[in-house]
Design a protein around this ligand. Structure first.
Ligand SMILES: [Zn+2]
Ligand SMILES: [Zn+2]
Length: 245
């Protein structure tokens, strides 16, 4: 598989010194996806065929709604609802004409089966996933090819648990043999060192709230509890990309 490298955003991400630069890049990818599906792109017939067919996961539907771009979202939702009719109305008709509660219950189960199918797959998650694969591949490729990147990564705050899983799963596509092993060990070492650091910061925060420590400096630990959460779960997660059949 030929994958386009994303050297510049990945290098910039590493230099940013964040808890997980893949999280930052993915939040940006998410914002770009939201912007795209509220832009003039949705006037294009091919794009509307896609939005009608796949739609979005519940998180991204909600994010689209919260942008308050009524006109663009209105168009998307109108034709999406039109396509819902084929999925929902046969079951609704079956419930209306049921001769027993049992039959009506079957109608509801087929209605919500259709609903779950309709809600499966998200175009924004798909766009995010394409980028995530390229970022993960680029981190591995730079680890091998760029001595400076390799050294900086080892000194960095590493990645969240969520993205470490992604990086480890994509690694064998980019690397083989000794360098692959070195990469796996680096990912593990980064976790070991940085989970410990985040916990120590979090502990410092708990101590700072004690009255006798009121006058001590925060040492950058004001947000340590929050960082402790996101170091585990990550941000900008890909939830439900459209599965290519
Ligand atoms: Zn992350
Ligand atoms: Zn989504």
């Amino acid at each position: 598989m030929k994958i386009q490298l994303e050297t510049i955003p990945v290098w910039d991400g590493l230099k940013s010194g964040s808890e997980c630069f893949i999280c930052s890049l993915m939040k940006e990818a998410e914002r770009d996806g939201i912007r795209y599906y509220l832009s003039s792109a949705i006037m294009t017939p091919e794009i509307r065929v896609e939005t009608n067919r796949h739609g979005f996961c519940s998180k991204h539907f909600a994010m689209l709604a919260e942008e308050n771009k009524a006109q663009s979202l209105g168009l998307v939702m109108d034709t999406y609802y039109e396509e819902n009719k084929q999925s929902f109305y046969p079951a609704l008709d079956a419930i209306s004409s049921s001769s027993s509660p049992r039959k009506a219950e079957k109608g509801f189960s087929s209605l919500f089966k259709a609903y779950d199918e309709r809600m499966g797959g998200c175009l924004i998650c798909s766009r995010m996933n394409d980028r995530l694969v390229r970022y993960a591949y680029t981190v591995a490729a730079l680890f091998e090819e760029d001595v400076e990147f390799n050294a900086e990564l080892k000194k960095s705050k590493g990645f969240c648990m969520h993205h470490t899983r992604v990086l480890a799963s994509i690694a064998p596509e980019a690397l083989k043999g000794d360098i692959l092993l070195e990469y796996y060990k680096t990912l593990a070492e980064l976790l070991r060192k940085n989970l410990k650091r985040v916990q120590a910061d979090d502990y410092y925060l708990t101590q700072k709230y004690k009255s006798e420590n009121r006058d001590k400096p925060w040492n950058g630990c004001e947000d340590a509890a929050k960082r402790a959460v996101y170091k585990l779960i990550g941000e900008g997660a890909v939830i439900d990309p459209v599965r290519k059949k």
